[in-house]
Design a protein around this ligand. Structure first.
Ligand SMILES: Nc1ncnc2c1ncn2[C@@H]1O[C@H](COP(=O)(O)OP(=O)(O)OP(=O)(O)O)[C@@H](O)[C@H]1O
Length: 799
């Protein structure tokens, strides 16, 4: 028997060629089985069978690859071919069967009769090899690859009775590849990322999504640390998987895009100081570890040539892997597209079929009976059968898909029929529109357009649209909006029933499917029972009957469970309205309960401390009394007055020296205490004064630096004014010179113009003079101001 495994997208030729097998060395060699090698009776799987029959008899046409050597190219391919020999069974031994082919080493199969004939495979297993070993060597990598997302196929092929079923299915004693692979897959799941309670649900409306978020929040772990009374002890990840496709008439059959939007509220990183208990510290270390991995992953992703990115180091990065790596999952085909594709394929196949039929007719009409034409006819007929069966399969798949679509459509109808109509008009949008699996109609049921919600207990306190502007709705919507705005919880509650309706519907659907399966199994069972009556020796039928009975039993149990779930869901949906508020609040109650418990614990420990202190005080008092009695046998005792201070109760008589000394000491202590109190008071006053002085000092310093700046500015201004003053004086002198010159030069001018010019000059002179006087005044004022400021500063500095 041979086994092939393929992995990955590349589908490769196996190197088999049935049409040439007749000429192949393998078929020749199998004819001479009389001198074949006999294997010893040491099979790991079946101790009773001594040799391989798979090579004893004539090998099948497809048994050996055409190529003889395992070349380097093949090693790189994703297809591996292995051969397993089975031992001869009792019957074969009795019949004197012999072995013609044997395993020569781990990769070569040789012919006993003709040692020069040899074939190489990826791996050859002798008759003593256990199935487990075959699995480990030839199949395990395909399974683990599949767990990493690489498609894989393992199949066994060979002549009848060569051991295919034994290898693939096996039995209790020696389980085959299939059970081993299933077990392996599940054990890999256990080691891999497992997030307890993670859920993926089809969301039918915004309310549905919000309800799921609220349910998730309820499970969020919160605890108090030294820095935060309600610190998040876990990350919350809300992943919205969005399916979208181009919208429009001609979009049918187009591939849909699948993308993910992760909305994450991370728990904060913290030092161990933030923790109040060991548990919190442990949580903190987990939080820190995942955040560290996130940081490492992000920094690696930003590298130009990223090396290994440790997504697997934390569940957080593992979950976010597809989004972080930037590879959106794109272009998968949805049911409608699939149907469209199938329809096209069916059409093509029909056309092909028609053409083939025509070809057959033509061939028949020619009535040529030579061998080639017969062969062609045979081929065409084969093709026709194949096409017919493929057509049937496609039709079946189509029917199944249509059924699924109908169920989903029903589901959507159920979810939307409870929704209210909306008056909110369509929003103008930029760019081409895409339709989403969750329609935009649904968005209209949000309290207002697209928006971010901030829920405060039962009301929305703040409501902001995505652009960050305050919402200003049309008057016509105001009333509607207010109702929604101030009653989101009620709005939410009205929506939450959708979920339970959906659940009940789905449970019922599942119930129907299971019931159908039970009916189907029962009828098969009846048929098989009739068969057993006719053929009671057939063990296979008995096994099949047992299997069917077990399955019917298991399915009936499942049906029972489903019925219970349905009735529970019905009750829950009735109670939903009543428990709506409590669902939202229960998280808060849990937190407050936790805090209350903590406070109770604190109170208890304080009470314990008080009791211990009281006890210690009583002991101390007793000790003093006792020592007084023993040492002096006198009537005095140490007591506390109503202020809690110690004093000596002297009693009536015979107060001795010891008592006096003690009293003196007590007085001394009291005096010292008083002194300490006085000193503390004066120290406090001094500290206060010191603080005040320091404040004044810093104020004065500030003032001084401000004044220095101001002084500089004033000096600059002063210099400027002096310059200006000088310029004005120069101008005045120049204008005086000019008037004198004009007069002395005796320039002929009209009397009127000369007078005007003179007037101008006189006017400008007097203006300049006035300006000069003003600037002098200004300078003087500034000087006074500066002096005043400097004086104040000096005074303040002195203070
Ligand atoms: N490695 C093996 N060790 C012991 N017995 C084996 C081994 N392989 C097969 N057998 C036995 O050989 C017999 C035939 O095997 P099996 O039914 O698996 O062959 P098959 O290739 O599936 O045949 P078919 O094509 O007719 O279904 C069975 O009795 C099986 O238990």
């Amino acid at each position: 028997m041979a086994m092939a495994s393929t992995q990955g997208m590349k589908s490769k030729r196996f190197g088999f060629n049935s049409s040439k097998t007749d000429n192949s060395p393998s078929s020749k060699s199998t004819t001479s089985s009389s001198s074949s090698k006999q294997f010893p009776e040491t099979s790991g799987d079946d101790q009773s069978s001594p040799a391989s029959s798979s090579v004893r008899s004539k090998p099948p046409r497809h048994f050996y690859p055409k190529t003889v050597s395992l070349d380097a190219q093949r090693a790189k391919e994703n297809v591996t071919v292995t051969v397993r020999f089975r031992p001869l069974n009792q019957r074969e031994i009795q019949q004197g069967e012999e072995i013609a082919w044997y395993a020569d080493g781990e990769t070569v199969v040789r012919n006993e009769n003709n040692p020069s004939v040899a074939y190489a495979y990826d791996r050859v297993f002798g008759p003593t090899t256990t199935t487990h070993h075959v699995y480990d060597v030839a199949a395990q990598h395909v399974v683990s690859g599949a767990m990493e997302g690489i498609n894989g196929t393992i199949f066994a092929y060979g002549v009848t009775s060569s051991g295919k079923t034994h290898t693939m299915h096996g039995d209790q004693r020696s389980p085959g590849i299939i059970p081993l692979a299933v077990k392996d897959a599940f054990s890999i799941i256990q080691e891999g990322t497992f997030v307890e309670g993670i859920k993926e649900e089809v969301v039918l409306s915004p309310a549905h999504a919000l309800f799921l978020i609220a349910a998730g929040e309820e499970h969020r772990h919160v605890g108090s640390t030294n820095f935060n009374l309600l610190s998040s002890r876990s990350h919350t990840i809300f992943t919205l998987t969005i399916e979208s496709c181009p919208r429009g008439k001609h979009s049918e059959g187009e591939a849909i895009t699948l993308s993910q939007l992760n909305l994450i509220d991370l728990a904060g990183s913290e030092s161990s100081k933030a923790a109040t208990t060991g548990t919190r510290r442990r949580e903190g270390s987990y939080i820190n570890k995942s955040l560290l991995t996130l940081a490492t992953v992000v920094s690696k992703l930003t590298e130009e040539k990223p090396s290994h990115i440790p997504y697997r180091d934390s569940k957080l990065t593992r979950i976010l892997q597809s989004s972080l790596s930037g590879h959106g999952r794109v272009s998968i085909i949805d049911e409608r597209s699939l149907i469209k594709k199938y329809q096209q394929e069916i059409q093509c196949l029909r056309e092909e079929l028609e053409q083939m039929k025509k070809g057959i007719d033509t061939v028949q009409s020619k009535d040529t009976e030579d061998e080639d034409i017969l062969l062609l006819k045979q081929k065409l007929e084969d093709g026709q059968v194949r096409l017919q069966s493929r057509l049937e399969q496609e039709e079946e798949a189509k029917a199944a898909l249509l059924g699924r679509i109908q169920r989903l459509t029903k589901l959507i109808l159920i979810s939307t029929k409870t929704s209210h109509s909306t008056k909110i008009p369509n929003r103008p949008r930029l760019g081409p529109r895409r339709s989403h699996s969750f329609g935009e109609k649904e968005l209209a049921y949000l309290p207002h357009k697209r928006g971010d919600f901030i829920l405060d207990d039962e009301n929305i306190d703040l409501y902001v649209n995505l652009e960050g502007n305050c919402v200003t709705a049309d008057d016509s919507f105001k009333e509607d909006e207010n109702a929604k705005k101030y009653g989101l919880l009620n709005w939410l509650k009205s929506r939450t029933s959708i979920k339970s309706v959906d659940r009940i519907y789905l449970l019922r659907e599942e119930h129907k499917i299971l019931s159908g399966e039970v009916v189907l199994h029962s009828s098969t069972l009846r048929r098989l029972s009739e068969e057993t009556a006719r053929n009671p020796q057939n063990n296979k039928i008995h096994v099949e009957i047992k299997r069917l009975k077990d399955e019917i039993k298991a399915k009936s149990e499942q049906i029972g469970l489903l019925e219970k779930q349905i009735s529970r869901s019905l009750t829950a949906s009735v109670n939903m309205d009543r428990s709506g508020v409590s669902q939202v609040k229960s998280a808060d109650i849990r937190i407050f309960q936790e805090k209350l418990n903590q406070k109770i614990c604190e109170c208890e420990s304080l009470q314990e401390t008080i009791t211990t202190l009281k006890q210690q005080l009583a002991n101390a008092l007793e000790l003093i009394n006792y020592s007084n009695v023993v040492n002096h046998s006198r009537n005095f005792s140490l007591t506390k007055d109503n202020r809690g201070e110690l004093y000596l109760d002297k009693g009536d008589a015979n107060f001795t020296n010891g008592g006096t000394v003690l009293q003196e000491k007590i007085n001394e202590i009291e005096q010292l205490k008083q002194k300490v109190a006085e000193l503390t008071e004066s120290k406090e006053q001094l500290e206060l004064r010191n603080q005040k002085l320091a404040e004044e000092n810093s104020y004065a310093k500030g003032l001084a630096s401000t004044s220095v700046v101001e002084l500089k500015a004033l000096s600059k201004e002063f210099a400027k004014l002096i310059n200006y003053n000088e310029r004005l004086a120069a101008e005045l002198a120049a204008s005086k010179n000019l008037s004198t010159k004009n007069r002395s030069n005796g320039i002929v001018q009209s009397a009127r113009s000369a007078r005007l010019k003179l007037n101008d000059l006189v006017g400008s002179n007097s203006d300049i003079k006035r300006e000069l006087a003003l600037s002098k005044d200004h300078i003087y004022q500034k000087e006074v101001e500066i002096q005043k400021k400097m004086l104040t500063m000096k005074l303040k500095c002195r203070v």
